[in-house]
Design a protein around this ligand. Structure first.
Ligand SMILES: NC(=O)C1=CN([C@@H]2O[C@H](COP(=O)(O)OP(=O)(O)OC[C@H]3O[C@@H](n4cnc5c(N)ncnc54)[C@H](O)[C@@H]3O)[C@@H](O)[C@H]2O)C=CC1
Ligand SMILES: O=C(O)CCC(=O)C(=O)O
Length: 472
């Protein structure tokens, strides 16, 4: 298959079609899943700081509504276009199904390079975009719930939530219209790092599977694995940080301006601090830099983590990628044609629709928090601690022995919000990996992990559609 002429949307479609062959659903149901239900294409003016008017292009796609609301991030990037947003929304449908979060798939994008706008201008763009979504009923806690994605974060989500709330006075669940908000605006602890932490939990689980590791010729475990990361943004930074903390060696980091490497390992926090201070990673002490940023993808390592944008590994470079594992932290970084080359080479591609599901999983927890209007752990924390204390006292009385201070504190501890969020995220990532691997084992003809993940997702979405029937 040639790759260069195929776009991202076609690539996602190819993956779907390949997996559909391993299911028994009728063509009509498969077509219903694959189709994007609705796309809102918007153009609106904003006034720049210098008084000039600029017309902004933006989108929101709702790929599926077998479960509502639809859910997915909002991207700010110069490359945004309708096909990209639709492809990303379709990935959200499959991702939510794999993570067992009760949402359809959605995604939005504003075609701007955020670096070219002041904070005031970004706020005006974000608020006007939100108002346009309200106007067409394309946002709401039970309709469609945006979240952060490439180029956006908690700040933009706060503006969106505030705009939505302002246009819906008295709506008690208004904060549930957007996730990824700052804590003081109804956010949940753990959402910021959720996607990167989910990548870590997912990789940790895969690296614990002896048969999988043997097949790709790696020793089990994270410790000692050499890792290359492309994109040191929210997802890439947190994934790299958790992997480094677990003993992995970050041998190369690629950013927009170039890439650096050090066989003995790069300190992720030090690289970020250096980039914040100098606006570039390139002069980071004790590292050498590559000729081209994309050369980092071809640097020898065990795990390559593309965490920037889609279609960076294609038929053009797949055969030169030495990594044993490609961990898709970004959405769509490996094209369907590259998948085939990599499968033949025996590279394990851990697919985006599973591996970066940590973000939407913790967004789900935030949405639930907003609907229940109570912080996780608030009700039961003290009760649990009193119960644990009574149990310890009883054990000490019965055995006549005292438990040490550290052990006592850890046994007594009742769960905080962050404990519960991390626990729910870890459980989701472990369960997802096992479900996909079970599907792969059940069909040995399935060529790769992505196809197995799509089979799992298609089966769940198809079950929902076939049980729902068709209106009218
Ligand atoms: N933020 C989230 O919760 C989630 C994000 N994702 C996906 O993860 C990817 C990254 O998203 P975020 O980390 O949120 O974005 P971000 O905007 O925080 O960071 C992206 C980073 O990639 C860098 N970058 C851009 N082009 C590059 C290139 N050619 N080479 C190297 N680095 C480059 C940027 O300079 C930036 O530092 C996207 O594909 C996004 O859709 C997926 C799931 C959830
Ligand atoms: O947190 C969310 O709702 C969506 C995150 C997202 O956009 C993604 O997983 O690609």
């Amino acid at each position: 298959m040639k790759d260069n002429e195929q776009g991202f949307m076609q690539s996602v479609g190819n993956c779907f079609d390949k997996a559909a062959e391993f299911t028994n659903w009728p063509p009509g149901i498969l077509a219903q899943i694959k189709a994007c239900n609705a796309v809102y294409s918007i153009k609106f003016p904003i006034r720049r700081d210098n008084g000039q008017i600029e017309v902004i292009e933006a989108y929101r796609a709702q790929h599926s509504q077998h479960k509502t609301p639809s859910k997915g991030g909002i991207r700010f990037a110069a490359e945004v276009n309708q096909d990209e947003v639709v492809a990303l929304a379709s990935l959200m449908t499959y991702k939510c199904a794999i993570a067992n979060v009760p949402f359809g798939g959605g995604k939005g994008g504003i075609k701007i390079d955020p670096k070219r706008y002041s904070v005031d201008e970004l706020e005006r763009i974000t608020r006007r975009y939100t108002a346009e979504l309200v106007r067409k009923n394309f946002i709401g806690p039970g309709i469609d719930v945006p979240a952060p994605d490439y180029g956006t974060g908690a700040r933009e989500m706060a503006w969106m939530a505030d705009t939505y709330q302002g246009l819906h006075p008295g709506e008690i669940n208004a904060l549930g219209a957007v996730t990824g908000k700052p804590l003081a605006q109804g956010g949940v602890r753990g959402r910021k790092e959720a996607t990167g932490l989910g990548v870590f939990y997912g990789l940790q689980e895969i690296c614990r599977m002896p048969a999988v590791m043997e097949r790709i010729g790696l020793a089990p475990g994270i410790a000692g694995k050499k890792v290359v990361v492309q994109g040191l943004g929210n997802v890439g930074y947190h994934a790299a940080k958790y992997l480094q903390h677990a003993g992995a060696i970050i041998v190369a980091i690629a950013e927009y301006e170039g890439a650096i490497y050090n066989e003995d390992g790069l300190d992720v926090d030090a690289v970020v601090a250096h980039r914040n201070a100098t606006r570039s990673i390139l002069s980071f002490p004790s590292a050498r830099h590559f000729h081209k940023s994309t050369d980092a993808l071809e640097y020898p390592c065990d795990i390559l983590i593309p965490a920037a944008l889609e279609m960076v590994i294609t038929a053009g470079n797949a055969h030169r990628i030495p990594a044993k594992i490609i961990a898709e932290a970004a959405n769509g970084p490996v094209s369907s044609a590259a998948d085939e080359i990599l499968a033949r080479k025996g590279t394990l591609v851990v697919p985006d629709i599973y591996l970066n599901a940590g973000g939407v999983t913790v967004s789900y927890f935030e949405w639930l928090k907003n609907l229940s209007h109570v912080r996780y752990g608030r009700i039961e924390k003290r009760f649990t601690e009193h119960m644990n204390n009574r149990m310890l006292e009883q054990m000490e009385e019965l055995t006549g022995k005292q438990i040490g201070t550290n052990a006592r504190q850890s046994i007594l501890h009742g769960a905080n919000e962050i404990d519960l969020v991390y626990s729910g995220l870890e459980e989701t990532m472990i369960a997802g990996a096992r479900e996909i691997m079970d599907a792969w084992e059940a069909h040995p003809a399935i060529p790769d992990m992505r196809t197995a993940a799509f089979v799992v997702a298609i089966n769940k979405v198809a079950t929902a559609y076939s049980e729902l029937g068709i209106f009218p």
